[in-house]
Design a binder for this molecule. Structure first.
Ligand SMILES: [Zn+2]
Length: 368
């Protein structure tokens, strides 16, 4: 049974949007919100990650991860922080994503530092899962994935994935990543913070096949803080001050992401509730015609009435005008309509379901 025209539905949706704005302004109702973030300090234990002249990746990223968690605990106490490691221990790549999945995290942030054969290259970059667009991105993924050879029996765990073969990465092209938009959004928030607030060289948001992101069932990013192979960059990110700056930059990105996330889910939540309410709503209409065949727009009833709604009952097309939740008001409207169609009468609906007028009035009385 269809009683709403496309135009009506559109108006209804617009009304919901307005309603949403007022709802958000007036009440702080409980809804789905950003609750849990998993912070993953890369490497650890027997896997040092990239090695600089004065520092190791595993130590730098652990410091930044712990600081980031501290900031979130302090300034966003409603958000639960879960670490994949808080100490210098070895954690297999697949276990890291598992931790995020088990905790039903809303966001997964893997923190790393980079290394490359030349000391000239420096800057920060943030990756999301996908197929590498350039050979350079592939090299970063290869480097970060190569740690699996330190795991026992990695060929079974990662289904014969060879971290050094380019062919193994083709699988990432086939992967459906439903969180790609949110992941890219988060990655770009991080990069702007690095660039605008910490003054780092922005190497951009990139895509590549990282095993650590592959199994994570939520928006996920992999941050490369900078290059340990560049002397001044290593000095910065190995320093306490540099680490505090980088952690607070990621923190601000998390905060901004949360604001966006919460407002979106609130809207979905309210829309859902409103739709449910709408399904329960009683409305009266005035039936003005009934026909075996669809009545053409432009026919006499469309000329007589500005608002005509059609619904189908059994095999028949039925046409109504006016719509009111108040029975007395619909009776007033009926008098007017009878001047044009003298056998017009009142029909009742619960949501989109036609019910008897008596039943409708009974439901309304029981609610009052
Ligand atoms: Zn790394």
């Amino acid at each position: 049974m269809t009683i709403y025209s496309f135009k009506t539905r559109l108006v209804f949706l617009l009304a919901l949007c307005v309603l949403f704005i007022f709802n958000t302004l007036s009440e702080g109702q409980e809804s789905i919100s950003f609750k849990t973030v998993v912070i993953d300090a890369g490497h650890g234990g027997r896997d040092p990650g990239a090695i600089g002249k004065m520092s190791k990746e595993k130590d730098i990223v652990l410091n930044v991860a712990l600081k980031l968690g501290e900031y979130i605990n302090k300034y966003l106490p409603e958000v639960k922080v879960v670490y994949t490691r808080k100490k210098d221990v070895f954690i297999p790549l697949n276990r890291r994503a598992e931790i995020a999945n088990e905790n039903k995290a809303d966001l997964f942030i893997s923190i790393h530092a980079n290394a490359i054969s030349t000391s000239k290259i420096y800057g920060s970059e943030t990756f999301v899962l996908g197929l590498h667009r350039t050979k350079e991105n592939l090299e970063v993924a290869k480097l970060e994935n190569s740690v699996i050879v330190l795991e026992e029996d990695y060929t079974t765990t990662y289904q014969n994935f060879d971290p050094n073969s380019s062919e193994s990465y083709i699988i990432f092209e086939l992967m459906q990543n439903i969180h790609i938009d949110q992941s890219i959004y988060m990655a770009s928030l991080i990069q702007s913070q690095f660039k605008d607030r910490v003054g780092r060289r922005d190497r951009g948001v990139k895509q590549a096949g990282f095993l650590v992101l592959r199994e994570a069932a939520m928006p996920s990013v992999l941050v490369e803080l900078g290059f340990l192979t560049n002397q001044s960059e290593e000095k910065f990110i190995a320093s306490e001050k540099g680490q505090a700056y980088m952690a607070s930059a990621i923190f601000r990105a998390v905060r901004d992401y949360k604001v966006e996330f919460d407002s979106k889910s609130k809207m979905e939540d309210i829309t859902q509730k409103q739709l449910e309410k709408e399904q329960e709503k009683i409305n009266y209409r005035i039936q003005i015609a009934s026909s075996k065949k669809k009545i053409r727009e432009g026919s006499s009833i469309y000329k007589k009435f500005d608002d005509v709604w059609m619904f189908k009952e059994g095999e028949r097309f039925k046409y109504t005008t006016a719509c009111n939740a108040d029975f007395d008001s619909i009776l007033v409207a009926l008098k007017e309509v009878k001047n044009k169609v003298n056998d017009a009468f009142v029909v009742a609906f619960k949501g989109e379901e036609k019910i008897s007028v008596n039943e409708a009035r009974k439901i309304q009385r029981s609610k009052n």
